[in-house]
Write a protein that binds this ligand. Structure first.
Ligand SMILES: Nc1ncnc2c1ncn2[C@@H]1O[C@H](COP(=O)(O)OP(=O)(O)OP(=O)(O)O)[C@@H](O)[C@H]1O
Ligand SMILES: [Mg+2]
Length: 566
């Protein structure tokens, strides 16, 4: 084979040899062509959460349900979602998800369901479950690849409009919808959307099942009613715990700190602002004319430069100038947290425990994107005391069931010192105890580690907030656990003393020759004294040691002494 360096020399001697690389390049050029995004993802379906049959069932339902909830909330409608997973045998399932949302206008239906990367959420910064514009069409494509069946969609936008029905395939080589059937159907519903997909899948119960996803969805969305029919044809109803819709998620403009060079160049091209200064004030949040001037000065650019005229170098200077300028953080009222009260309501509804607490942190910012972290805790009840705690992870009100060990939430939980709060924990692991820990992040852009949206990237700002929330909840839990241990300790002591009261009575009777009724009186008196102090011992000790860690060994020692004396 001729090396490139050699070729350079040879061509000077014998120009005919130029043909050699040209032919190869031509040969390669014949094979070089555009790859449709649908083609790409049909080969890399694992990137979208379709790596195995079990996960495919979850992903398909999740994409449809997340869309239904987003649409209902955007239209300010209390969601009522009907989910059916029908076992058609031989690993085939029919998934039907029906919502009471705003519906979809006729002309958009084919593109939404049969074109990858088509959606309404990618270009706007606001808190929603979907963000990429790929979720539901990927499910349609998966169904098509594994069963050959088209997606069946029914949608209606108002009682005065007919319901439109479509059967759709995706032309993967072009990433375009292919309409198999379309028409108008009778649908006894004011408005809403129904998605029906046949897919290859398998149904297993457990921590990563659709049942778990639906249960957790009900916990984190207490305003939602879900009617779920599982593949065993059992119907489960998750009734809403509140009629209060979450606060409306507001759209915000990007904050200058979060815009990298590539996006800046695109924004400069697309803007209709005539000057750099007006571009900065119009397209970004928190940039007034003073800040815009300051940015231009720090970037050594003139404020009246035409945005479209900025060269690559100038755009780079602009990004650097932004970094040098002090700009206040983005507004945070665009984030709609669940709030502590509703987190607790959700937990109480689905987890049988004896102690609940929750924390909503104040808003914070990573890469120019506002976010809020929330933590909920359910302790005791019938949860196993000798196993590692159950961690429930959520992003923008969506349960995350896969890749637990990979993201910021797991990292924050294992690096919190749970021993301070009365739980056992070995280094780098989840604590052990009868506990469920819920962690939620709400943001205008959730930084997932992949397109399948399974884990949160480990931004230091996010981990810091998560740890602060966990510590705050942990402290509340700690007081309860310690108090509970003391109460238990007092009860045990009390029962020993109670046991001895009759012996003391008898002994006194023998020693000082008491009469029967006197013995009874003394026993009663002793019992009264004991009763009078019920709870006080625990409170006194609790006050004394409030800031100290409870000394478990001491309690054990006391208990042992008690046993020996018996
Ligand atoms: N049930 C529905 N009711 C109303 N609109 C819907 C419904 N399902 C989907 N849409 C619209 O279709 C678009 C595309 O949905 P899709 O799930 O593909 O992407 P997305 O939700 O925007 O982002 P992601 O890929 O992260 O899920 C949504 O942005 C929304 O505008
Ligand atoms: Mg979606």
């Amino acid at each position: 084979m001729i090396k490139q360096t050699e070729l350079n020399d040879l061509t000077e001697i014998n120009p005919e040899l130029v043909e050699i690389p040209k032919t190869k390049a031509h040969e390669m050029a014949k094979k070089q062509r555009e790859i449709s995004v649908a083609e790409f993802f049909s080969r890399n379906r694992h990137l979208l959460g379709f790596d195995n049959k079990r996960k495919a069932l979850l992903t398909t339902i999740k994409e449809a349900v997340d869309n239904s909830l987003d649409a209902c909330e955007e239209a300010r409608i209390l969601p009522e979602i009907n989910i059916q997973a029908i076992d058609m045998e031989n690993d085939r399932f029919r998934i039907i998800v029906e919502d009471n949302g705003p519906g979809i206008i006729k002309s958009q239906i084919p593109k939404i369901f049969a074109k990858l990367l088509y959606g309404s959420k990618f270009f706007k910064l606001s808190q929603s479950r979907g963000q990429q514009g790929i979720g539901i069409s990927a499910s349609v494509m998966y169904g098509q690849l594994t069963t050959g069946r088209p997606a069946k969609i029914t949608s209606k936008i108002s009682p005065n409009e007919p319901a439109h029905y479509y059967e759709l395939h995706i032309d993967t080589s072009k990433n375009k919808p292919r309409i198999i059937k379309e028409g108008i159907v009778e649908w006894n519903k004011e408005h809403g959307t129904k998605v029906e997909l046949d897919i290859e899948a398998s149904y297993l119960k457990g921590g990563q099942s659709i049942d778990e996803y639906i249960k957790q969805t009900a916990i984190i969305n207490p305003h939602v009613t879900i009617i779920y029919t599982n593949p065993k044809a059992e119907q489960i109803i998750f009734a809403r715990a509140t009629d209060q819709l979450p606060r409306e998620a507001k759209e915000i403009k990007p904050h200058p700190y979060g815009v990298e060079l590539g996006r800046m160049i695109k924004m400069l091209k697309l803007t209709d602002s005539r000057t750099l200064q007006s571009f900065l004030t119009k397209e970004f949040s928190r940039v007034g004319s003073g800040t815009a001037k300051q940015i231009c000065e720090n970037a050594a650019l003139l404020p009246n430069t035409k945005p479209g005229k900025l060269s690559m170098e100038m755009a780079e200077k602009l990004v650097q100038g932004i970094k040098k300028t002090k700009i206040i953080s983005p507004p945070t009222d665009c984030i709609s947290p669940i709030t502590p009260d509703l987190i607790e309501k959700g937990l109480r509804k689905e987890i049988n425990a004896e102690f609940y607490c929750s924390v909503t942190r104040p808003p914070s910012v990573y890469s120019g994107n506002p976010f809020v972290v929330e933590v909920g805790i359910a302790y005791g009840g019938n949860q196993p005391a000798d196993k590692t705690v159950r961690l429930l992870r959520f992003a923008n009100r969506v349960p995350l069931l896969y890749q637990q060990g990979a993201g910021a939430m797991f990292k924050s939980v294992v690096s919190t010192a749970w021993r301070n709060y009365g739980l056992q924990q070995s280094n780098g692991s989840l604590p052990v105890g009868p506990l469920t820990i819920l962690v939620h992040i709400a943001s205008v852009w959730v930084p997932f580690t992949s397109e399948s949206k399974e884990a949160i990237a480990q931004y230091p700002e996010i981990i810091k907030e998560m740890k602060l929330a966990l510590q705050e909840a942990g402290r509340k839990l700690g007081s309860y656990v310690k108090k509970k241990k003391r109460v238990g300790f007092e009860l045990k002591k009390r029962s020993y003393i109670e046991k001895y009261i009759s012996h003391v009575g008898e002994a006194l009777k023998e020693l000082v020759g008491l009469k029967d009724d006197e013995e009874k009186k003394i026993e009663l008196l002793l019992k009264e004294i004991l009763e009078e102090h019920r709870g006080k011992v625990e409170l006194m000790e609790f006050d004394k040691e409030r800031n100290k860690d409870f000394d478990e060994e001491l309690a054990l020692k006391h208990e042992k002494e008690g046993d020996d004396n018996e």
